[in-house]
Design a protein around this ligand. Structure first.
Ligand code: MG
Ligand code: MG
Length: 625
C-alpha cells in the first residue's frame, strides 16, 4: 500500500512537515495549497526537497467551487485552474483535487456540470494533469460519491477521475459496497480519515474532529476492503483536520499518523480475508484472490490475558509501603540486584521501583501484560513504531520486552502462565512463597491520565500494539472540568485500562511534575471484609459525603443495614442490569491512589456514576487549606 499524508494534518512550516513525513516513513504527501502559498520555498525548491527526502508529491489540493456555475464564472474558474496547472508543472505534480461546489454553484443540472467538468478535463489534459473530483459531504448539489462517479462516467475523459474520501462517505452513512462498481482507472485518489461519532453539522465535524484511523469510530477497514476490491492501487493518504494535531509536535504526530496507516493496512487485509465478495464461492478461495494493491500484515497477537504487574516509581517509598500493607499486600522482598521491591496480594503484583524516580512523589511508571509470546508482541509493537524501552538485566534474569506508551508509561510484554504466576518473582528476596490474604485478588483495572495532546495517539497505541478494544468514551464532571474517559479493554475484561484526559497543567512547576492522579484498582471477592481489615490496619479511606448515601438510597432503595455498612466504611456502590459493584478509594500519595473493587454478577463497568463524587472529594482534599 502506498502511504500518504496531507500537509494540512501537521503543525509547522511546509519544510518541517515534509521532513517529519520523510522521517515517519511516508511514501508521498498531498500539498495543501495554503502550505505552499505561505512558504518561502519556491515550487522548484519544494520539488527538489521532496526528491531529496524520497517523498512523492502525490496530490495538489484543494481546488474549490468549480462546477455548476454560470458561463461567466466558468471562464474565471478555467483561468484559475490553468494557473494551478502551470504551478503543478513547476512542482512536478500531476494530480489535483477538485471538490464539488459548495459556494458558487447556482445550476443543479448534471448535463451542465458534466460539460463544465469536460472542459476542465480537456484543459488539464493539455497540461498533463489529472483531475480527481471529490464529492464533499456538504456539497451544494453533489455530496454523494456515487453522484461524483456518475459525472465522471458522463464526461468519460482520461484526465477526469474521482477521489474517494472516507470522511465524506462515512459521515453521511453512504453505503460503501458500491465503491466496487467504480472502475479502478477512474479512482484517481483515496483519502482516509476516522472520526468519533458526533451529532453536529458535518462541516464543523470535518474541519475540527477528524482523527487518524483507529482513533475514531468509522468502519475504515470495510471502506478500504471495497477500495481494494475495486482494483485501486494508488496512494492511501491521510487527510485529517484536527485542532489538536495541528498544534502538536510535528514529528510525533507524523509517526502517530504512520502508525494509523500501518494498522489500517493490516485491518483491511483482515477484513478482506473475512469477507468474501458477493457471489463468490463459500470455500473462501475468492477472498484470498490477489488484488493490485498489496497489503502488508503485522506479527499477529491475541488480546493480553491479564495484567502481569503494575509498577510505581518513588524516591521516598515509606507512604507507599504503608498503604500497600494496609490494603493487605504482603512484602515479598527486594530484587537481588536492583533497588526494587515486590508486593503481592493473590495474583496482584505491585513493584515499587526506587531507581531513578522521574517525579518527586510516587507515580505509576510501568505496566506488565501477560501475552502469548513477548517476542512476537514486541515485534508487532516495534513495526507499529512504538519506541523500545531498554532495561538492564543480569544473565540469569528474565528479559522483559518493553515499549514506551505515548504518555511515557513503560509497557512490558510478559510471558503469561496458565496458573497466573510469574517466574520473575523468583528474582526477589529468598524466592519464597508468602501466603497472603485475599488469595483471589487480581489487578482489576488501571487508570492512566493522558496529556491532552496525546490522548488520541494513546487510543491508537493500545488498540494497535496491544489489541485492546476501545469502548465508547464518557465524560465525567469534576470540579476542575469535564474529564474525558475512555475505557480500553479485552473482550473478557481480564485487562481493563481506563484513559482519562488529564486537566491542563496551569503552571510550569506543575508541568514539571506528574500532578494529575492515576490509580490501580484491585478486585477482591469480599469487599466489605477487605475494607474492615484495611480499616483495622489503619488505612485512611477517601471520605465520602453523607449526601452521597442519601442519594444512593433514593436511587436503589437499599436494605438499611447494607446502606449503613456502605456509609460506615466509605464504600461506593453501583448496580445495573448485569450486577452490582462495590468499591473504595485510598488517599493519594504522590500522584497515585489505589482502589479496591468487588464485582458481583457480571457487572462490567467501573462505577461511573460514582466518579464525580471521587473527583470532588479528591479535589477537596488537595485544596484544603
Ligand atoms: Mg478530501
Ligand atoms: Mg477506577
Amino acid at each position: 500500500m502506498r502511504t500518504g499524508i496531507a500537509t494540512v494534518c501537521l503543525s509547522g512550516t511546509l519544510k518541517e512537515k515534509m521532513q517529519a513525513c520523510a522521517i515517519a516513513g511516508f511514501d508521498g504527501i498531498e500539498i495543501f495549497e495554503q502550505d505552499l502559498v505561505t512558504s518561502s520555498l519556491s515550487p522548484e525548491e519544494v520539488r527538489t526537497m521532496a526528491a531529496d527526502l524520497g517523498l512523492g508529491l502525490d496530490l495538489y489540493q484543494p481546488f474549490r467551487d468549480f462546477d455548476g456555475v454560470t458561463p461567466d464564472l466558468l471562464k474565471a474558474n478555467l483561468r484559475r485552474a490553468e494557473a494551478k496547472f502551470r504551478l503543478m508543472s513547476r512542482l512536478g505534480m500531476d494530480t489535483i483535487l477538485v471538490c464539488s461546489n459548495v459556494a458558487t454553484a447556482t445550476i443543479d443540472d448534471d448535463g451542465l456540470r458534466a460539460s463544465q467538468l469536460a472542459e476542465l478535463a480537456e484543459l488539464a489534459g493539455d497540461h498533463g494533469v489529472k483531475v480527481a473530483y471529490e464529492a464533499l459531504a456538504w456539497g451544494k448539489y453533489v455530496n454523494d460519491y456515487e453522484h461524483a462517479h456518475r459525472l465522471v462516467e458522463m464526461v468519460d475523459h482520461p484526465n477526469l477521475g474521482t477521489c474517494l474520501d472516507s470522511f465524506h462517505i462515512l459521515s453521511r452513512d453512504w453505503d460503501t459496497a458500491p465503491i466496487e462498481n467504480i472502475s479502478a482507472d477512474k479512482i484517481f485518489f483515496v483519502q482516509v480519515a476516522d472520526a468519533p461519532k458526533l451529532s453536529m453539522d458535518v462541516l464543523s465535524w470535518s474541519r475540527h474532529y477528524r482523527v487518524f484511523p483507529g482513533e475514531g469510530q468509522f468502519e475504515l477497514a470495510k471502506f478500504m476492503g471495497h477500495v481494494v476490491r475495486a482494483g485501486y492501487s494508488g496512494p492511501v493518504s491521510l487527510e485529517v483536520f484536527n485542532d489538536v494535531f495541528r498544534q502538536s509536535d510535528v514529528e510525533r504526530t507524523a509517526v502517530d499518523a504512520m502508525r494509523s496507516l500501518i494498522w489500517l493496512e493490516e485491518q483491511s487485509a483482515k477484513w478482506l480475508a473475512g469477507n468474501a465478495p458477493e457471489g463468490s464461492t463459500a470455500n473462501g478461495t475468492a477472498s484470498r484472490r490477489r488484488y493490485p494493491m498489496e497489503l502488508a500484515t503485522l506479527p499477529k497477537v491475541n488480546e493480553p490475558a491479564g495484567f502481569n504487574f503494575a509498577e510505581v516509581k518513588a524516591a521516598d517509598t515509606a507512604q507507599l509501603e504503608k498503604l500497600l500493607g494496609q490494603l493487605g499486600f504482603a512484602f515479598e522482598g527486594r530484587h537481588r540486584t536492583k533497588d526494587v521491591q515486590l508486593w503481592t496480594m493473590g495474583q496482584a503484583r505491585v513493584i515499587i521501583n526506587e531507581q531513578a524516580p522521574t517525579h518527586a512523589g510516587p507515580a505509576i511508571a510501568a505496566l506488565g501484560f501477560d501475552v502469548d509470546s513477548p517476542v512476537i508482541a514486541s515485534a508487532r509493537a516495534q513495526q507499529l513504531k512504538a519506541p523500545v524501552v531498554a532495561r538492564k538485566v543480569q544473565a540469569d534474569e528474565e528479559v522483559f520486552q518493553g515499549i514506551s506508551a505515548p504518555d511515557s508509561t513503560e509497557i512490558f510484554l510478559c510471558q503469561g502462565s496458565p496458573d497466573g504466576t510469574a517466574a520473575w518473582t523468583q528474582e526477589f528476596g529468598e524466592g519464597l512463597e508468602h501466603p497472603s490474604a485475599g488469595a483471589a485478588a487480581v489487578i482489576d483495572h488501571v487508570n492512566l491520565a493522558q496529556p491532552w495532546q496525546h490522548f488520541d495517539e494513546a487510543v491508537l497505541f493500545y488498540t494497535s500494539a496491544l489489541a485492546l478494544e476501545p469502548q465508547p468514551f464518557a465524560e465525567v464532571p469534576s470540579p476542575s472540568g469535564l474529564v474525558r474517559s475512555q475505557v480500553m479493554q479485552t473482550s473478557d475484561g481480564a485487562v481493563r485500562l481506563v484513559l482519562n484526559l488529564a486537566p491542563v497543567q496551569q503552571s510550569p512547576a506543575q508541568q514539571a511534575h506528574k500532578t494529575y492522579q492515576e490509580h490501580i484498582a484491585f478486585a477482591v471477592d469480599d469487599l466489605v471484609s477487605a475494607a474492615r481489615s484495611a480499616r483495622h490496619r489503619g488505612l485512611e479511606f477517601l471520605q465520602i459525603p453523607a449526601n452521597y448515601y442519601e442519594d444512593l438510597d433514593a436511587r436503589f432503595d437499599l436494605e438499611p443495614g447494607f446502606l449503613a455498612t456502605l456509609q460506615e466504611l466509605n464504600l461506593l456502590y453501583d448496580r445495573d442490569a448485569d450486577g452490582e459493584f462495590l468499591h473504595f478509594y485510598t488517599a493519594t500519595v504522590g500522584s497515585v491512589f489505589f482502589e479496591m473493587v468487588e464485582r458481583r454478577g457480571s457487572y462490567d463497568g467501573y462505577g461511573a456514576p460514582n466518579a464525580p463524587v471521587r473527583h470532588a472529594v479528591q479535589y477537596d482534599s488537595l485544596h484544603r487549606p
